[in-house]
Design a protein around this ligand. Structure first.
Ligand code: SF4
Ligand code: SF4
Length: 378
């Protein structure tokens, strides 16, 4: 393998002499109940591959895929070691050797065919949303709205409502950046980067950003997209002139301007901080500012909240690699809600909401932007 980057080398060295201080914090290791996938073991394995003790193989690559990139271990690491940074680097190194795990074979080709991790063409016309979207957005707008691919797939009816909310806040219509009928870029590319194809991701990102020339900046509800455009993010440094703002940051900054009518009664709702909105983007306060302005009473806090929040089990292909464990992570969070007396989870991430709905039912979670749009009459 090529040499590890200095920060990853330092982190693996710290893990070597650490008595697994973060052992209990990893949702994947807890759900699978095995040592091989603890942060410590993943980092040791990387070091063994690096020093030649272990041969790179599909099996090793598959093991590295058991990190969801949730950064929960970092909360308890005295050295602030970034395990996802190391795992994403390790996957890229093994991907370059063609050692793709069987469960993910063909994923990149599938993704690049439609610029999205979702197969079917997303026709807003079919969903009866074409007119609403045409009214809410301006294809020549200077400000872009890049919709999370999970929102586009599972909650497309939210898209024109967000467009109208942005119009009322910004005083101009945004340009919807999405994929309809197989055209355009329907995803930020995080799924291919997570899978290990960093070279393909960089090319995809260049193509996508070329299409965005002429846009002053981009607002998004996809925390991964925002993180990939934030300096110092866990998933690699990528040079770019494109400014990307997570919509929660914008809503918190403009909270006084929100056209709130009847606040949403969030009795029984409990706020789940997604790993990407929280530990990656640190939008904990922004989330609460927005919910306090739009809900009365606001949602309750979980016992494990903010940096302590466990992962829903969905990110970074974990549901493909370990479906039962992935769903056990979501189940555990839903059971925490039951134990703490809640009846619904509210979360800013479409990925987390999908995971919770998969293990209970469609009513188990509310999308935070749905709550905000409702309170603002959109
Ligand atoms: S990530 Fe930090 S806490 Fe966890 S094993 Fe490594 S050094 Fe220890
Ligand atoms: S980032 Fe999350 S999934 Fe990955 S090793 Fe750390 S706690 Fe486990």
């Amino acid at each position: 393998m090529k040499p590890l980057s200095p920060s990853v080398e330092k982190a693996t060295a710290y893990c070597t002499y650490c008595p697994k201080m973060c052992r209990f914090s990893c949702p994947a290791a807890e759900a699978e109940n095995r040592e091989t996938v603890t942060p410590w073991a993943l980092m040791r394995l990387l070091e063994y591959v690096q020093d030649g003790t272990v041969e790179p193989s599909e099996e090793v690559y598959e093991t590295f895929m058991h990190c969801m990139g949730c950064k929960r271990c970092q909360t308890w690491c005295k050295h602030n070691s970034d395990v996802p940074e190391a795992m994403w680097e390790a996957r890229a190194a093994l991907h370059s050797k063609g050692l793709v795990p069987e469960a993910l074979a063909g994923f990149a080709e599938f993704f690049y065919e439609g610029n999205s991790p979702h197969s079917e063409p997303d026709s807003y016309k079919e969903a009866g949303l074409a007119d609403a979207i045409n009214e809410a957005f301006d294809p020549a707008g200077r400000i872009g709205f890049f919709v999370d691919c999970e929102t586009r797939k599972y909650e497309p009816q939210l898209i024109p409502r967000i467009g109208n909310l942005l119009d009322s806040l910004l005083g101009e219509k945004a340009r919807l950046i999405s994929r309809d009928d197989g055209e355009g870029h329907g995803c930020c590319g995080f799924p291919v980067l997570s899978y290990g194809d960093d070279i393909g991701y960089k090319a995809y990102r260049r193509r996508m950003e070329r299409k965005l020339e002429g846009v002053d900046y981009v607002i998004t509800d996809c925390a991964a997209f925002a993180d990939l455009h934030t300096e110092g993010g866990s998933f690699g440094g990528f040079e770019s002139d494109l400014e990307v703002v997570h919509i929660l940051e914008l809503l918190a900054d403009l909270v006084e301007e929100l056209p709130v009518g009847d606040r949403v009664d969030a009795t029984g709702m409990m706020l789940h901080d997604s790993c990407f909105v929280g530990r990656h983007l640190n939008l904990y306060d922004a989330t609460r500012v927005v919910l306090n302005a739009t809900c009365d009473p606001p949602p309750d806090e979980f016992q494990f909240t903010r940096d302590d929040t466990p992962c829903c089990g969905a990110p970074a292909h974990y549901h493909v690699i370990a479906p039962e464990a992935s769903e056990a992570c979501a189940q555990e969070r839903v059971h925490q809600m039951d134990r703490e007396g809640g009846s619904k989870i509210v979360c800013a991430s479409s990925t987390c909401n999908k995971a919770f709905r998969r293990v209970r039912d469609a009513n188990i979670s509310a999308t935070l932007l749905d709550v905000v749009c409702t309170a603002c009459g959109f």
